[in-house]
Design a protein around this ligand. Structure first.
Ligand SMILES: [Zn+2]
Length: 351
């Protein structure tokens, strides 16, 4: 019989298997070879089916040799694996300098902090002292002391959130609310020390506004004021001119437009010549000028109420919305982007 099982056939199969193992380059290839040469349906097992046709003596001889060959192959597979493991361990100890590095993730400042930092730096450079106000204010400081008594129409534009039973605040604290502007910071400063003052403050303010692309129930303001013996509108204008040039470039122009605020007299809106189109008119500015902040001379009635003679002391003040400045400066279309914690947005800003 041509297909008769013989030692030669077994030896040939062993040689073929050892050659294949020696040539295997990866674990996957080795696993395939193991199935092929040592698995239940391996070639060697197929061959051994031919044992039945052999004499008892041949069966004994070939059967024994077949078991030896299986063990030899097992040993060969094991040797291949331990060599591979050794190679991997050796490589593992040595860093592969050709691999790309793991990038370090640096945090960065929030765009509003960047804008606040730049603005405050300019005013602090002009001698304004930073004072932190309180986000919870009395109705009196937020409105009444600033010429907005109850039923004053200006209160309607600044509807806010009122608080009840705040721990540690007595009954006499009066009605408490979340401040609608940073301007109440004037009151404790002017109550606790005599003029002159140069103060800047920054923080969250609250309004009962519905959320849309330009409104949120809270936003940030910077408020600054100065009181001195010879303070005038000219000082206000030169202070804001320096501020605008530092922030938007040395050619920046500003202009005042008459306006009304209860706590300043006279009052004005301050516009900055559009730094995007250089005043030629674009979609941001509409007419070459961008409305940036509100300002004016501190109302004499407020100075008087706080015990300072308005004939001797005069002051100027201004306030601006941080989000608005950032939106205009960076062309940000929606105020909500500042608060959604979307890194794709936040990572675009750096110092
Ligand atoms: Zn423009």
């Amino acid at each position: 019989m041509a297909d008769r099982l013989s030692l030669e056939k077994l030896e040939k199969l062993k040689k073929q298997a050892l050659g294949a193992v020696a040539r295997a380059h990866a674990r996957k290839a080795l696993d395939e070879l193991r199935v092929r040469y040592l698995g239940r349906k391996s070639e060697i097992n197929t061959l051994l089916r031919g044992l039945a046709e052999l004499s008892l003596e041949e069966k004994r001889e070939i059967g024994a040799r077949a078991n030896e060959i299986k063990q030899e192959l097992e040993a060969e597979f094991a040797a291949w694996e331990s060599a591979a493991l050794k190679r991997e361990l050796e490589q593992g100890d040595k860093p592969d300098l050709t691999l790309p590095g793991t990038p370090a993730h640096f945090g960065r400042r929030h765009p509003l902090n960047i804008v606040a930092g730049r603005i405050l730096k300019v005013f602090e450079g002009m001698g304004f002292k930073y004072v932190e106000g309180s986000e919870i204010e009395s109705d009196e400081n937020n409105f009444t002391m600033l010429n907005m008594p109850e039923d004053h129409p200006a209160r309607e534009m600044q509807d806010t959130f009122y608080l009840q039973n705040v721990e540690g605040r007595g009954e006499d604290a009066g009605k408490l609310l979340l401040r609608t502007h940073t301007t109440p910071v004037w009151i404790p400063v002017m109550k606790n020390a005599p003029p002159p003052y140069r103060v800047v403050s920054c923080g969250k303010v609250f309004r009962r506004d519905a959320i849309d692309a330009t409104h949120l129930p809270f936003f940030h303001q910077i408020d600054a004021f100065a009181v001195d013996e010879n303070c005038s509108m000219a000082d206000l204008k030169s202070t804001l001119e320096i501020w605008a040039r530092e922030l938007f470039g040395p050619q920046t122009q500003i202009r005042f437009r008459p306006s009304y605020f209860p706590f300043t007299e006279p009052s004005c809106e301050v516009e900055v010549r559009c730094f995007l189109c250089q005043g030629k008119t674009c979609s941001t500015c509409k007419n070459g000028w961008i409305e940036m902040l509100g300002a004016g001379m501190i109302h004499p009635a407020i100075l008087e109420r706080l015990g300072h003679d308005p004939k001797k002391w005069r002051g100027f003040a201004f306030g601006l919305g941080l989000e608005r400045v950032a939106m205009v400066a960076w062309g940000i279309p929606d105020i909500r982007l500042f608060y959604e914690n979307d890194l794709r947005f936040l990572e675009q800003f750096s110092l």
